[in-house]
Design a protein around this ligand. Structure first.
Ligand SMILES: Nc1ncnc2c1ncn2[C@@H]1O[C@H](COP(=O)(O)OP(=O)(O)OP(=O)(O)O)[C@@H](O)[C@H]1O
Length: 290
């Protein structure tokens, strides 16, 4: 996908299994929105193929529109009509629809149903946008940063709805900057950087593992001191924190080795611990630290 002579998404290939939740992660400008907007049919890639629900994105457009729900990053909602009018209008574009009133209720928009979209708060607009994506009972739904601007209660409702969608067989592709959101929801994690995919796999496989953490001493100094004692380990420094991880999950025995080395070099630290690797750890490994 290019804008003018600038290629912003290149050599991207992924597939998402039906009834699963895939989260696309990556820094600002990585190409996440461009990728999903290409899938939604809002952008026309220079080359490549996209198939949704077994249908070619271009040839199957009419069928795809009926069966796919979309929540755009900037809402894309008309501003003048009321929330209820927008949702009713969108429901008329689909065959098999959810009850508009029920959906407004579920997303706690009933009290605002007669409010013009332009007067809704940011979080309320997000919820309306989500309702618009779901009103057609889609088989596949694209949610671009769905929880942006939502308060914690709305976010919890959103997460419950996303899980229910997947449980009922709907495929969900979402983008998010919230690692905990991706970690709690995603079956599959796709990480993009500079317009390409740098990791793609089941969340459980990408996250498996345990690393050692040393806090309270200069990370680079620690790395220089400890690396000769720990061949084959990776060292990832973040200020006063150093993460050490190997091919296999770290064990208490590895931790004892680190503690002994620190002792030998008379280095005082705040803590030395074993922790499961989080999605945030993985993300920073891949995206932020070169
Ligand atoms: N209409 C456009 N014209 C020119 N360049 C564009 C256009 N839309 C996006 N870009 C550029 O394409 C690149 C990818 O943008 P995109 O919005 O896909 O990133 P993103 O990963 O979704 O970022 P964010 O996390 O900030 O939403 C960026 O460098 C952006 O400036």
């Amino acid at each position: 996908m290019s804008y003018g002579d600038k290629t912003v998404v290149d050599d991207v290939s992924f597939s998402v299994a039906r009834g699963t939740i895939a989260a696309i992660l990556g820094p600002n400008g990585a190409g996440k929105t461009t990728t999903i907007e290409s899938c939604e049919g809002l952008r026309t890639p220079v080359s490549g193929t996209i198939s949704l629900l077994g249908l070619d994105r271009v040839a199957g457009d009419a069928e795809i529109r009926r069966r796919v729900g979309v929540m755009l990053q900037d809402g894309g909602l008309p501003q003048a009509p009321t929330a209820a009018a927008v949702l009713s209008h969108i429901s008329k574009l689909h065959r098999n629809t959810r009850d508009v009133r029920e959906l407004l209720d579920l997303l706690e928009l009933t009290d605002h149903s007669k409010t013009k979209v332009r007067h809704l708060s940011g979080g309320q607009r997000q919820r309306l946008s989500l309702a618009c994506a779901l009103v057609g009972n889609p088989d596949l739904v694209f949610l671009d940063e769905p929880s942006a601007g939502m308060d914690p209660a709305s976010r919890r409702t959103l997460h419950g709805m996303i899980r229910n969608l997947a449980a009922s067989g709907t495929t969900v592709v979402l983008t998010t900057h919230l690692m905990d959101e991706a970690e709690t929801l995603a079956d599959q994690v796709i990480v993009m950087r500079d317009g390409t995919i740098i990791a793609d796999g089941p969340a459980s496989e990408l996250l498996g593992g345990r690393s050692m953490w040393i806090e309270g001493a200069h990370a680079e100094t620690l790395r220089q001191i400890l690396s000769p004692d720990l061949p084959g380990y990776e060292f990832l420094g973040r200020g006063d924190q150093l993460e050490i991880f190997g091919k296999n999950p770290a064990t208490p025995g590895d931790l004892a080795k680190v503690a002994a080395a620190l002792d030998r070099h008379a280095i005082n630290t705040v803590s030395v611990s074993l922790r499961p690797r989080s999605l945030e750890d993985l993300y920073f490994d891949l995206v932020e630290v070169q």
